[in-house]
Design a protein around this ligand. Structure first.
Ligand code: PNS
Length: 157
């Protein structure tokens, strides 16, 4: 029987409840899902790659077909290395669509056999983004988010 392995790539700086919701959905569809954190995605990361790996590893602990990895360079090369057939991405609202379509079509040009599959997170996460959570962390934590942690990111997202 064929098994399908997918890569869910992103910056995850930090991981949000929307990401975790999408990972749970992906884990029910794919045989194996690799959550892949891009190294060097921003010159000004809030969380180190190691912190992001730790947060995501905690966040996916209950899903036994999900693993966490990091990658550099092109996503299509990482997908090939992993022998993955699909890329998973989330679309929250129409505003995500254009950027996602551009990436999916570029990835298709680079690797025609790799399919991008979009899923929608629960509507309650439609307006949550890493960028906003990051902004709040950067401007000084409130008491309930004193520690820069998965729990704190979850309170905000
Ligand atoms: O969570 P993000 O920051 O929107 O994720 C963007 C990401 C990491 C998926 C994208 O920037 C990416 O795949 N970067 C790796 C470099 C690459 O392959 N670029 C070509 C894709 S168009």
């Amino acid at each position: 029987m064929n098994t399908v392995k997918a890569i869910y790539p992103g910056s995850f700086d930090p991981v949000t409840n929307g990401h975790l919701d999408l990972i749970a959905r992906g884990s029910r569809i794919f045989d194996h899902l690799v959550v892949a954190i891009l190294r060097n995605s921003s010159k000004n990361p809030l969380f180190t790659v190691d912190e992001r790996v730790e947060m995501l590893t905690d966040g996916v602990a209950s899903l036994n077909n999900v693993s966490v990895a990091t990658f550099d360079g092109l996503l299509v090369d990482f997908a090939r290395e992993q022998q993955a057939q699909a890329v998973l991405r989330g679309i929250r609202a129409i505003s995500d669509y254009e950027y996602e379509l551009q990436m999916a079509l570029m990835n298709r040009r680079l690797s025609p056999e790799l399919e991008t599959i979009f899923l929608m997170p629960d509507g309650k996460y439609s307006f949550v983004s890493s960028r906003l959570v990051k902004e709040v962390f950067e401007r000084g934590p409130r008491p309930e988010i004193r520690h820069r942690s998965l729990e704190a990111a979850q309170v905000l997202s």
